[in-house]
Write a protein that binds this ligand. Structure first.
Ligand code: SAH
Ligand code: SF4
Ligand code: F3S
Length: 471
């Protein structure tokens, strides 16, 4: 596909040439063993998916992978900037590499992703982290072979945080983390500029991958045995929004659900502003689409939603939820919520609690507002103390815990189709997920991992339900 976001063929060819050059250099430097890379990704599934392409490029260059930085010749942190805490962790973990590099001075250290796309952060790494060799942003990650080559040959640092409207790079090698669950991005970037959020600044403008390219990628994955496909985007409902209906997200989901094979498809994230009844109808119509909707509401109060620049109100959100439950009575709904947005009062926060009670979520991702430099909310007056916000937060998580507990209690005695994901902590116990994204554990043979099985719930707890294998 070629659209205005495509990176030119010639540029990609150049990177292939760098890949070969790196391979040659590594072969001569590591004649008796293979060089090892450690890649760690922070943040959302979109970033995890990027990490799989970074790993793919490194594998093509000749790297093998290790799960500890101490054993690595190349360490890459693929970072997240969504909250201050996420950034603090990276500063801490990157700092911890300094003594490791002292022991292995040839080690190359790279930092990339959403955090490094910010100028001030890249500058901080440049100044205060001299042992970091490569710093690059989200728009140029396909140039990893070139960056590695330059460092290998010159020993000099490379810093490239070039900004762009955003780009789409197809055809990069991908080294997926799993063999039966796959992430498939359908779009990149975001145009929404929710007032608290850094994503549009570090990920560029919204851009959609070509419809047939996505469908073919999913077909290929299913042919090679993948059982669960998760379509990714910051706002999947605005996928191809400028194209005719038969190219938009509901049509894409429909087309994927019609692919032959035994698999399940999930998607995230839906933005309530662009989520339509049509999408919910498509979900309801196919057994292959998980009956799980992740629909972040952020706040239950209209004034706060307006300040957040979310473009929907409580009523619109609840109308969507009502419709969703009417066409999918067993639907499992999850969401994201922010506590303590600047200016939020306790009365307003209570609207968030009442919305949670109305919707009865399966689970929630709960966040205390974190000011992100450069966003609109960063400069908004914020009078409520951190301590007070902590109390609200606790009230919210207590409420959600009691709802989740009641929801899982009602699963007792029912049998669910589960994709078995791996071994649980206890010996002989397996762990999987229901369609609704509830974790379920049961005794079973390891060869069930990666397969769909039926499990009857016998002992539900709040965040994990225990059951028995039923074939
Ligand atoms: N595109 C998705 C959200 C992606 S970010 C959507 O619009 O729903 C994931 C979640 O992080 C957000 O839904 C929000 O709840 C939270 N988040 C984003 N910025 C934040 C901030 N500055 N402080 C606290 N939470 C934040
Ligand atoms: Fe951030 Fe809003 Fe975009 Fe989600 S939709 S990524 S919260 S700006
Ligand atoms: Fe974080 Fe970037 Fe995702 S900021 S949440 S890794 S898009």
């Amino acid at each position: 596909m070629n659209n205005k976001f495509s990176v030119p063929e010639a540029e990609l060819k150049k990177q292939k040439e760098y890949t070969e050059l790196v391979k040659t250099v590594l072969n001569s430097r590591f004649s008796d063993k293979k060089p090892k890379a450690f890649v760690h990704t922070y943040g959302c599934q979109g970033n995890v998916s990027d990490g799989e392409r970074l790993q793919g490029m490194l594998a093509e260059m000749g790297y093998e992978f290790t799960d500890s930085p101490e054993n690595a010749d190349f360490v890459l942190y693929n970072t997240c900037a969504i909250r201050e805490h996420a950034e603090d962790r990276v500063f801490g973990n990157a700092g911890a590499l300094k003594p490791i590099k002292k022991l292995n001075p040839d080690m190359i250290i790279g930092l990339c992703g959403c955090m490094t796309q910010q100028k001030n952060i890249a500058e901080r790494f440049r100044k205060s982290f001299p042992f970091v060799d490569i710093v690059f942003g989200t728009h140029v990650s396909y140039k990893l072979p070139e960056f590695v080559y330059r460092v290998l040959c010159t020993g000099k640092r490379v810093i490239d945080i070039t900004d762009s409207e955003g780009n789409i790079v197809e055809g990069l090698p991908t080294k997926r983390d799993g063999s039966f669950k796959a992430w498939v991005p359908v779009m990149y970037g975001c145009n929404n500029f929710c007032s608290y959020c850094i994503v549009p600044y570090v990920r560029g403008r919204e851009r959609s991958r070509d419809f047939d390219t996505v469908v073919n990628e999913v077909k290929g994955l299913i042919e090679s045995g993948y059982k669960e496909i998760t379509l990714l985007g910051q706002n999947v409902n605005s996928y191809n929004k400028d194209l005719p209906e038969n190219k938009r997200f509901p049509a894409l989901l429909q087309a994927i659900s019609e692919i032959d094979g035994d698999f399940i498809v999930r998607f995230m994230t839906s933005h309530p502003r662009d989520c339509t009844k049509e999408l919910l109808d498509v979900m309801a119509s196919s057994k292959k689409i998980a009956k799980h909707l992740h629909l972040p509401f952020q706040s239950g109060n209209d004034r706060v939603l307006k300040e957040m620049n979310r473009h929907y109100d409580r009523e619109k959100y609840l109308t969507l939820i009502d419709y969703a439950y009417s066409v999918m009575p067993d639907l499992s709904i999850t969401s994201d919520v922010i506590v303590g947005f600047p200016g939020e009062t306790y009365e307003e926060f209570k609207d968030t609690l009442s919305l949670i009670e109305k919707v009865r979520y399966t689970s929630l991702f709960t966040f205390i507002f974190s000011p992100r430099p450069g966003t609109k909310a960063y400069d908004m007056p914020d009078k409520v103390s951190r301590e007070e916000k902590g109390k609200w937060f606790k009230e919210l998580t207590d409420l959600q815990e009691s709802i989740a507990g009641k929801r899982t209690a009602s699963m007792k005695g029912k049998t669910y189709r589960v994709l078995v994901e791996g071994k649980a902590k206890n010996e002989g116990v397996l762990s999987g997920r229901t369609e609704g994204n509830v974790i379920i554990e049961f005794h079973g043979d390891e060869n069930l991992i990666g397969k769909f099985v039926n499990v009857e719930v016998t002992e539900p707890k709040t965040w994990v339900v225990y059951g028995e294998y039923r074939g």
